[in-house]
Design a binder for this molecule. Sequence first.
Ligand code: HEC
Length: 134
Amino acid sequence: MKILLISLLMLNISFASVVEEYLNTLKQEVQKEKADFKGFDKKRGEEIFTSKHIGKKGKEISCTSCHGIDLTKPNQNFFTGKTIEPLSRKTNPERFTKLKTIKKWLRRNFNDVYNREGTALEKGDVLTYILSKE
Ligand code: HEC
């Protein structure tokens, strides 16, 4: 019983830290170019998440156009009208549990809004912002 409990606990911890591990990887990437890098910043992340840009389809768009500003609530996809479940782990515990999913959508979504893939710094800042809103 004890062993089961301990392994369940460890499982939990490793789930919770997928995104933290990814943030560490991103941090190391930034540090390769900027040795005095202090850390990600949720203020810069907020700007990345909420500012509007002429996106991939020639329309003015921001991350909030699809994810909304209250990350604990679902929102409608700007292009398809489909419901997107909340980004907050508090209301959507499946969020940020799979590294592949996080990477795939960051790549796609940066392209939607910024017409390019985000840098390690931008991805780290925006993730820090999203996680700070929980
Ligand atoms: C055109 C609509 C759209 C825009 C704009 C958009 N997203 Fe998304 N995003 C989605 C969809 C669709 C998914 C995948 C479906 C889902 O996970 O609910 C997703 C998933 C994500 C995920 C995956 C989280 C996880 O692990 O489950 C992250 C992180 C994310 N978006 C961040 C961003 C950021 C940052 C921006 C701005 C640069 C952004 N999104 C802009 C539609 C959008």
